[in-house]
Design a protein around this ligand. Structure first.
Ligand code: PMV
Length: 348
C-alpha cells in the first residue's frame, strides 16, 4: 500500500551468550551455533519517523539522534547496515527516516549496545515493511527481523525473543539456523525462571578489541576447528542441564565457555588479553564463595573485562550480599547493573 508517512518504535534488550558465537563466515554466518539468555534491563529504545521522498534517492537519507542529540559518529554504522540489508528492504531508498535511539544503560559503560541497538532498529524497519505490506504473517515478521538484525551485528539476532534463543545449525536443535535466532524449544527447568545476571563494570573504557577483529582472528586460528566442535558438544551437554536444572553442571559449561572465548583471544595471531586484573580477582572470589557457601553463583564473560554474575532467583539475597560486600570493590567507580533473564523486544 502507499504510505506517505508514519512512526514506529521498539524497545529491545541485550543478551548474554551461554555457548558463545566467536568466528564467522562471509555474510555474518556463524562458525558455530550458540545459545543465549535474553536480558531485560539492558535495552535500547528506538523510534523511527518515516516520510516518503518525492523521488527515490540513490543513497539513504536519514537523521540520527542518540539520547536526544545528533550523533555523526554513528552514521557510518547505520549506512553500512542499510547498505547490507537494502536488497531485502527496497523501501529504504524511498523514504526519509528520522531515527531516535537511547539506551537504558549508561553510555560508555563498556556494555556493548550492538545487540540491543541493531535488534531494535531491525524491528522498527520490519514494522514499516509490515505497514507497507499488510497481512504479513507474524512468524515471517519475527524471523525476517532477526535475519536483518543478524546482518547488523551477529549476536543481535538473539535479542528479539526470550528467554533462551539459539542461532546456528545444530543437529540436535530442530529448526536452528544460521540465518536468524529462534526461541529455544527444549524443556527448561523452573530454576532458570527469573535467573539473575548482575553485570560488574570492571572496565568502562572503549573496547580494546572490536568484535570484528575478534571474529577475524578466529579465521586461521590453530584451535578454531576444535573450538567449533566444542561449541556443538556444549550445546548437546546443555540440553539435559536446562531440562533437569542441574546447576553444578550448568556452571561447568558456562564458565568453561567464557574462559574458552578468552583463551582463543590469548592464543591468536595477533594475541590479546581482554581480562583486567580485577576480572580475575572477581572470578577467584566467585570460586571461593561457591566453595564456602555451596552457592550456585557463576560467571560468564563477553569479549571484554566486565563480568556477568549469574545466579538463580532462589539465591538472590545471599548472592546480592556477596556482590555488594566483596565484588563491587573491583568495579570501576563501584558500578554494576542488575539485570535478569527477559522475554525479548516490545513494540512501543
Ligand atoms: O555480535 P558480535 O559480532 O558483536 O559478536 C559478539 C560475540 C560475543 O558477544 C562475544 C559472544 C556471543 O555469542 O554473544
Amino acid at each position: 500500500v502507499f504510505i506517505e508517512a508514519g512512526k514506529v518504535g521498539y524497545k529491545s534488550p541485550s543478551n548474554i551468550a551461554l555457548v558463545k558465537y566467536w568466528g564467522k563466515r562471509e555474510g555474518q554466518i556463524p562458525a558455530n551455533p550458540s545459545i543465549s539468555f535474553t536480558l531485560s534491563a539492558c535495552a535500547t529504545t528506538t523510534k523511527i519517523q518515516f516520510k516518503k521522498l518525492d523521488s527515490p534517492s540513490h543513497g539513504f537519507t536519514f537523521d540520527f539522534f542518540f539520547e536526544g542529540s545528533p550523533k555523526p559518529s554513528f552514521r557510518p554504522k547505520i549506512e553500512t547496515f542499510f547498505k547490507r540489508i537494502s536488497p531485502y528492504c527496497p523501501f529504504l531508498t524511498e523514504y526519509h527516516f528520522t531515527i531516535e535511539t537511547s539506551n537504558s544503560f549508561p553510555h560508555s559503560s563498556g556494555i556493548a549496545s550492538s545487540a540491543s541497538g541493531m535488534s531494535a532498529l531491525a524491528l522498527c524497519l520490519m514494522e514499516i515493511e509490515r505497514m507497507l505490506y499488510p497481512g504479513m504473517d507474524d512468524d515471517f515478521f519475527i524471523k525476517k527481523a532477526s535475519f536483518l538484525a543478524r546482518l547488523g551485528s551477529g549476536s543481535a539476532c538473539r535479542s528479539l525473543e526470550g528467554p533462551l534463543v539459539t542461532w546456528g545449525v545444530h543437529k540436535e536443535i530442530p529448526d536452528s539456523t544460521d540465518l536468524y535466532g529462534i526461541p529455544y524449544k527444549g524443556e527448561v527447568h523452573p530454576i532458570f525462571k527469573n535467573y539473575h545476571d548482575t553485570i560488574l563494570l570492571v572496565d568502562k573504557g572503549q573496547k580494546q578489541v572490536s568484535s570484528t577483529v575478534g571474529h577475524d582472528l578466529v579465521n586461521g586460528h590453530p584451535f578454531a576447528e576444535q573450538r567449533f566442535q566444542q561449541a556443538h558438544r556444549n550445546l548437546v551437554r546443555l540440553k539435559p542441564i536446562l531440562k533437569s536444572g542441574n546447576l553444578e553442571e550448568f556452571i561447568q559449561v558456562i564458565e568453561s565457555e567464557a574462559l574458552t572465548l578468552h583463551a582463543i583471544m590469548m592464543t591468536g595471531d595477533p594475541y590479546f588479553v581482554l581480562m583486567k586484573p580485577n576480572t580475575l580477582e572477581i572470578i577467584n572470589r566467585i570460586w571461593a564463595f561457591r566453595e564456602e557457601s555451596g552457592s550456585h553463583v557463576c560467571f560468564t564473560l563477553d569479549a571484554g573485562a566486565n563480568v556477568h554474575v549469574l545466579y538463580p532467583e532462589t539465591e538472590k539475597e545471599k548472592v546480592n550480599q556477596f556482590i555488594v560486600n566483596e565484588l563491587v570493590a573491583y568495579c570501576e567507580n563501584q558500578q554494576y547493573i542488575c539485570d535478569r533473564i527477559g522475554q525479548g523486544a516490545v513494540k512501543l
